[in-house]
Design a protein around this ligand. Structure first.
Ligand code: AMP
Length: 419
């Protein structure tokens, strides 16, 4: 496997799969450029070493070909500002112009391709199927897009001499630009710095954690976190379970949860998690109390209740003060911390206090020498929103990819480079 540190880029064109899937406002301006900033070191490295760069990414979820609101042209000023280099643009990643511009690249130059997902071939999924399509029609459409995906991938590969994958956020997808393209560069493919950093951070936490190791898992549902909970059971000393999941655990044990989010079909699972934890000597911490609301609104009336005794008409939207204190104590005595998922409905400021207490404890533990990894879209959004990103050890850029990697799934984007 090649490395970006040692590879000789002199006179070479590198096609880099970046994750420029950034949020845009109604004026189509970038509102959070974290992902663009993350990609800069890799791009700069290639340019500094005498190479040129073709950037490719997706933006949003276009489902019917080109649409202005999903055009990557809107983010060019932000890339140029962060990179300090002019960025040329090819308005159709498969067009004649893209091929010509890529072929003419000189060392130090950068070309950005238009949104790859304007083509169904990027994801390899058929589009425009009628609702009443038969199974045969669906199969035929799938076969057709898979066949043209080969041409699509080959054409992208023809733009460059070397392939770099730096998009961790899409590494769990076997798309043209994230995995399939690697086959055209058997000896000239590598990870960028974002990918390298992500894999190193996760491996550090999972393979050689300093102890005690505490995982804090929040979010809304048990069902979406069950695989990761089971996987972590073999690794952690403490498991803090917060967020909407709390009430499924409480109800499964006979508690009253009012109108809190609750998944009765997960009761068995919740009970088996608690049993497994006992067997494996993992301490599980569930919130003892909850900040409850009489409506799913920021300005609803609130009161603190035991998490297993919530009156009808009330729902737990955040952890309560006792839980905050208990979680804080566990976090402060940990040497390795993994946080995925807010412990309350943090989008409403009145129910963000629990997640804030967790974040502050993680920051303090990190200051005292613990290694902290924050992963998953919502906890990362939280950490960024409150300007705490540089006060923890590592903030992952991947949500789904991070969870799947932690669950032990071989990510296609990672495998394609390592193979
Ligand atoms: P996830 O995508 O599974 O990590 O879930 C994140 C979402 O969980 C956020 O949008 C939170 O608002 C939501 N969440 C956290 N705590 C609760 C709760 N007590 N009730 C309902 N939703 C919650």
């Amino acid at each position: 496997m090649q490395s970006i540190e040692t590879y000789d880029f002199t006179g070479k064109r590198a096609i880099i799969r970046v994750d420029f899937n950034v949020p845009l406002n109604e004026k189509l301006e970038v509102t959070d450029d974290t992902r663009i900033r993350a990609a800069i070191p890799t791009i700069k490295k290639v340019l500094e070493k005498g190479g040129s760069v073709v950037l490719m990414s997706h933006l949003g979820r276009p489902k019917k070909g080109p649409e202005d609101k999903f055009s990557l042209k809107h983010i060019i000023p932000t890339i140029e500002k962060r990179l300090g280099v002019k960025v040329d643009f090819a308005g159709d990643c498969m067009g004649e112009e893209a091929a010509k511009k890529a072929a003419a690249l000189k060392p130090g130059q950068v070309l950005l391709l238009e949104n790859l997902r304007f083509y169904a071939e990027e994801e390899g999924k058929p589009r425009g199927l009628k609702d009443d399509a038969t199974d045969e029609e669906k199969a035929a459409a799938k076969k057709a897009v898979k066949a043209s995906q080969k041409e699509f991938t080959k054409k992208l590969a023809s733009y460059a001499d070397v392939y770099i994958n730096d998009a961790f956020g899409t590494a769990h997808r076997a798309h043209a630009s994230t995995a399939l393209i690697a086959e055209y560069f058997p000896n000239d493919k590598m990870f960028g710095y974002v990918m390298e950093g992500e894999l190193k951070a996760i491996d550090k936490v999972l393979e050689s954690p300093s102890r005690p190791f505490t995982a804090i898992l929040g979010g809304s549902k048990v069902s979406s976190k069950i695989t990761i909970i089971e996987k972590l059971m073999d690794k952690v000393d403490n498991l803090i379970l917060g967020g909407g999941m709390t009430y499924t655990f409480m109800a499964a044990q006979g508690g009253k949860v009012g109108s809190s989010i609750c998944e009765p079909d997960q009761f068995e699972t919740a009970l088996s998690i608690l049993k497994l934890a006992k067997e494996k000597n993992v301490k599980v911490f569930l919130a003892e109390d909850a900040l409850c609301a009489d409506d799913f609104k920021n300005d609803a009336n609130t009161k603190v209740c035991p998490s297993n005794d919530i009156p009808d008409g009330w729902e737990g939207l955040d952890i309560g003060p006792k839980a905050m204190e208990a979680f804080k104590q566990v976090i402060l005595t940990s040497k390795t911390i993994l946080w995925n998922g807010p412990v309350g409905v943090f989008e409403m400021p009145n129910f963000a206090k629990g997640s804030m207490a967790v974040a502050e404890a993680i920051v303090e533990a990190t200051k005292n020498g613990a290694y902290s990894l924050i992963g998953g879209g919502d906890s990362v959004a939280f950490i960024n929103q409150y300007g705490m990103a540089d006060k923890v050890s590592y903030v992952s850029t991947g949500g789904g990819a991070l969870l799947e990697y932690m669950e032990g799934v071989e990510l296609p984007g990672v495998a394609a480079i390592r193979k």
